[in-house]
Design a protein around this ligand. Structure first.
Ligand SMILES: [Cu+2]
Length: 68
C-alpha cells in the first residue's frame, strides 16, 4: 500500500476524478481510498510513484508521496 498526500480536492467530484485517474496507472491493482477531507490517496500494487504523482497532477491537483 502506498499513500500520497493530495492537495486541492474539495468535494466528491474531485475524489472521483482522482480515483479514476489512479485506477489507470500501470501497477495499481486497487485504489484503496481517496479522501478530500484528509487530503489523501492510497493505492495497492506496485506502481511507479512518479506515475502516480503525474496522474494526480494531470487532474489538476498537487501530490506528494508520504513516507511510510
Ligand atoms: Cu471537487
Amino acid at each position: 500500500m502506498t499513500t500520497f498526500k493530495v492537495e486541492g480536492m474539495t468535494c466528491e467530484h474531485c475524489v472521483r476524478a482522482v480515483t479514476r485517474a489512479l485506477a489507470k496507472v500501470p501497477g495499481v491493482s486497487r485504489v484503496t481510498e481517496v479522501s478530500f477531507a484528509r487530503g489523501e490517496a492510497r493505492v495497492e500494487g506496485t506502481p511507479d510513484p512518479g506515475g502516480v504523482l503525474t496522474a494526480i497532477r494531470n487532474e489538476g491537483y498537487e501530490a506528494t508521496p508520504v513516507a511510510s
